[in-house]
Every structure is written in C-alpha cells, then in structure tokens.
Design a binder for this molecule. Sequence first.
Ligand code: SF4
Length: 461
Amino acid sequence: MQDSKPVLIDSHSHIYYRDYSGDFDEMLARAADAGVAAMLVVGTDIESSRESVELAEKYPQLYAAVGVHPHDAGRVTDKCYDVIRDLAQASPKVVAIGEIGLDFYRDRSPRDTQEVVFRRFLQLASELELPVIIHDRDAHERVMAILREEAVRRGVLHCFSGDAAMAAEAIGMGFYVSIPGTITYPSNEALRDVVRAVTVDRMLVETDCPYLTPVPYRGKRNEPAYVRMAAEKVAELKGLTLADVARITTKNVRDLFGIRLWDQSTRIAYRIRNSLYLNITNRCSNRCSFCAKFDDFTVKGHNLLLDGEPSFEEVMAAIGQPQGINEVVFCGFGEPLIRLDLVKQVAEQLKRRGYTVRINTDGQGNLVHGRNILPELAGLVDSISVSLNAPDAAEYDRLCNTPFGEAGFAGVCDFIREAEKHIPQVVASAVTVPGTDVEACRRLAESLGAEFRVREYAEVG
Ligand code: SF4
C-alpha cells in the first residue's frame, strides 16, 4: 500500500543561510507540496550547527546534523569538539555528526589538519553512536582509508563524487551514497553511471541547497522541494517510478538516521463517536477497488498513513486512558489480522481493562496465516465484522483483487462460519459499490450464520 503522493526526504540542506530569510515558511510549504516530508539541516561550523539544532527544535519536519566542514578545519580547537558534543546531546532531533570530511579541491585548510580533524569527528560520532555525513571532494583515497582505519561503518557519502568502484566499496563497508541534483546536469554522465551501477537500496537523495540547483531551475537558488528532480532522474536511470525511489530512499534515511516522520500516536489510535479505532498496519491482504486509501489516507479527518508499524508499547501508549469509550475497534487503513500476535496482545490488555473489542477484517486471516486463527481470538474479541462484499467468487475477485484467487472468496465464507464458533457477534458486511447485489450478499451472510450490515462508500477503511 502506498500514499498517492510520493514521500521524499531531503537528506542534506543548509536552509539556515540568509538566502532563505525572506521566504522561509513559503519555502517549507513548497517542500511539503512537493511531498518532502522531512529535511536534514546540516551544520558546517559551530554557528550553523547551533542554528540547525534550533531549527530542528522549532519545526517537526526538520532534523539536524552538527559538525565542522573541512574548509574550517584550520580553525577547529579542542573546545570545538566539546561544543559539537554538547549540541549533539542537546536534542533528540540531532541525528548525525556532519558535515565533516576532506576537501582537497579548494584546500582551504592544510590537508594534514583536515585529516586530524576528520578523525576526531569520526571518533566523536562513534562515542555518541551517531552516523556521519561525509564531505569528500578530490580526496577519495584518503577518505576511504581513514574510514577503514577508524572503523566507522554508519553514515553517508554526501554529494557522492567517486566512481562505481568506490561506491561499491563504501556500500560494502555499510555506507550509503547520496545523489544530489547535479545528476540532472547534461555533462554529469559519471554520476549517472554510478547510479546505474549502485543499488537504490543504499541511496539517499539530497539538494545540498542553496547550492547545486538541478535542471530545470539551474541558475536559481536551490531549495528542498527540488529534491524531487534528483529522485525523478534516479527513477529514470533505474527503470523505477518516482514513488518507488521515494519509498526506498525515504526508508533509507529513516534507517540510517532513526527518523520518525511524524508523531504517530494520533494515527495509531483515533476516535470516531464513542469508539476508539486502532490503525496498526497499512498492509492489506486484499486490494479493494473501492478503497479510499488509494486516493487519500484520510478517514473522517484522521490521517492514517503510518511511518512504520507500531510496536505493542507504541499502541498501548497511543491508546492511553481514553474516557467515554464504548468499544475499541481494530480497523484503520490496513488489515489488522496480518499482525495477529499484536492484536492478541493488545486485545488481552483491553479486555483486562473492561473494554469491548471489535475487529474489522477482510476475512482472509486464515489464508494469510495458513491455519485457523479464530480459536486464538476466543475470549479476546467480542465482535468481528467481516467484509464479505460479494455474493460469489467472480464478483469478489473483481471488487477485492484478492491475491488468493478463487480461494479468496471461499476463505472469507469459511472464516465467517468458523468465527461463529468462537466470537459472540459476527457481522458480514457489503459495501454499496454500484452493481453490487446487496440482497444476494445479505442472503449469503445469513446462510453463513452472520448478521448482515451494509456499509456506505464513505465508511470504507
Ligand atoms: S478496503 Fe480495507 S482491506 Fe480493502 S484495501 Fe482498503 S483497507 Fe485494505
């Protein structure tokens, strides 16, 4: 399952520069419109590192990295390491040490000094257990040698400028390579060759804004919204869709930096009337043609797009101590029984607290798990609502796109019959999709021993 709009992360930006002071909020709004859900704000010296942390503290979609660029290595004193350590520990929104590294192109600091400072920051990152963001310009051999010697294995080579062999070695060591907007430049065949050779599973995308503005905005100020151009070019080169590249690179950023895209609690537990609904997965065992989630992950004003599946502890924290609740319903945009163990764990806690528990399901649970799971729900679930949706296998397949083929419809019917033996209330439902023979669905539901309920389009989810 996917959101209709690709969700991207700009893994490297310098949006604390004065370039953005005149339109900062508009720039963030343009990023959001372009599907950029988060940005890393990367410091290059003490002052900009401090500003990065302040921005990350102020804006939920911003995360910070703190460090000193190799250009300024000559100005780094012992006190600088302490300041960067303090900044890194000042906020949970600081997710990396960077940017640090070597720049033998401009040589603004002596090369031996750059190497000493680079090593000290790598050691600091290891001490703090943070990944590193590495700047490498015309210093490939020394960067790789120092990374090997310092045994650093977690980070990204930002604005990657090496060749495919270097990328393969870095990836083999545990690093990611980050692709900037220069991938769109007609002359940059070398970077396109790297992208063709490297797995997207170890790639990030970035703007490095305000620098390196991609085509077609070259010559103007760069900004996070334009990370989409880099992602589109990667998609083209890899034969993937933008949505594929967005999904994979966003996951890579989250894996590397431990980023949660948003506070999930209101997406996991949400309230409609006197019911508390639990949204514990966005995965489904069907792909129903009428499902609203394929247009928008919002149901009755609640956005249900999850940033990763919640743990038992996260679900219980999201439930909290709700007042005035008649029932708790496993529902959401996803099939709850895919996560059977979590459902059982949470339902047990809810029953202990005296709540009525309902599950809304597509009825494919026995097929998904390859066994009859209904006895496992006895005593934990008071009511189960099964989406029957069709009076026969052909219609069911047309509406629900079940991956189980003809067995899908038979599986739902068996599930309903079996549920009668273990769960006090069993409801079979059908959605009023044009062309559905609702009365035939009703007759079938009743012949299976279930109550019948019609669900309007708007209720689907
Ligand atoms: S209607 Fe339910 S089961 Fe079908 S695709 Fe949507 S969320 Fe999944």
